[in-house]
Design a protein around this ligand. Structure first.
Ligand SMILES: [Zn+2]
Length: 318
């Protein structure tokens, strides 16, 4: 079960311990690279505040398990937290809980909100009403105002164990391994990757770009292959980067355990084909492609540049 993965985590166990000792803070900032993990953990924290035994039978548990607890409020109500949302949170903090003895605000992806909206929350976070709790989540701690960060108890949600996530996957073994390795312990991401029909194809394309692409005459063909997968352009670059990292480890120590251990043969071939300097420079090429995509440069141009830059680095760092 998905929720069990989070219940077993050290972050949650520590929190539960404080709740049971009645020593918990009132404002939390949960950070994870994976928005889903952060929001699952926020729900679990809220449930533990309402029922420290997580009994599953009481009315608090029952209402939480169907996401319908009247004293647990979810924000933002749109895509990102706006000043009006913050005002609502501040106002509602002063009203009494309806059903339980606590009032909990779950404020997700606080990094996406405007500075103004974040500032509006400060006072509530700093001087919370008795029995009012704020659980904020973020996937980008750097984008949360320092003033907010300093007023919250910051908890980093670590990636889950692969073997725990593996139990949730029902795809082919090859797909499973790729999803687990690329998903890096983030549950939602891994589940999503496991469903991707083109995952193995993307992996092969990345291998081809590193291992087989060798002359500018082939550039057009490889650019076209990349554009065929343009919906997954960022994922492709991520796989390229992971593969190069793996190949670098293999180059330094042939016997070390690799991320793509199941694909050891191709990783060793890549390590054979590329110099250490080349691999280091390729990471800058990938970073540039990610940056260009985030600036909305046309995918056609990014694909062409990526192919040409890989070729150039391969040529210059033989
Ligand atoms: Zn309960």
């Amino acid at each position: 079960m998905l929720s069990e993965i989070f219940e077993q985590s050290a972050e949650f166990k520590n929190f539960l311990h404080l709740v049971r000792e009645e020593k918990t803070a009132h404002s939390f900032l949960l950070s994870s690279k994976d928005a889903f993990s952060a929001s699952q953990m926020a729900m679990l924290f809220a449930r533990a505040l309402l029922c420290p035994d997580l009994c599953g039978r009481c009315e608090n548990c029952k209402k939480m398990l169907v996401n319908a607890h009247p004293d647990v409020k979810f924000f933002p109500q749109g895509g990102k937290l706006l000043v009006e949302d913050s005002k609502k949170i501040v106002d509602e903090s002063f009203t009494k809980p309806i059903f339980s003895d606590k009032k909990i605000f779950i404020i997700q992806n606080v990094d996406l909100s405007t500075d103004e909206a974040q500032n509006k929350l400060l006072k509530s976070l700093e001087e919370p009403q008795k029995n009012v709790f704020y659980i904020l989540t973020t996937t980008n701690l750097d984008k949360v105002l320092p003033t907010i960060r300093s007023r919250c108890n910051k908890i980093e949600i670590m990636p889950c164990q692969e073997q725990d996530i593996e139990k949730l996957l029902s795809c082919s073994e090859e797909q499973k391994q790729l999803a687990l390795k690329i998903g890096q312990g983030y549950v939602a991401r891994t589940l999503e990757l496991a469903k991707k029909k083109n995952l193995a194809g993307l992996f092969d394309l990345a291998v081809g770009l590193l291992k087989d692409l060798s002359s500018s005459k082939e550039a057009v063909v490889w650019s076209r292959k990349i554009l065929d997968e343009k919906a997954d352009f960022n994922l492709l670059i991520e796989i390229l980067s992971m593969l190069v990292e793996d190949a670098l480890f293999a180059k330094v120590d042939k016997n070390c355990k690799l991320r793509f251990e199941g694909k050891r043969k191709v990783v060793l071939q890549i390590a054979e084909a590329l110099s250490i300097k080349c691999m280091a420079n390729l990471q800058s090429v990938f970073d540039k492609a990610v940056r260009d995509l985030s600036y909305n440069v046309s995918p056609v141009l990014v694909a062409d540049n990526l192919v040409m830059n890989i070729l150039e680095v391969k040529y210059l760092c033989k």
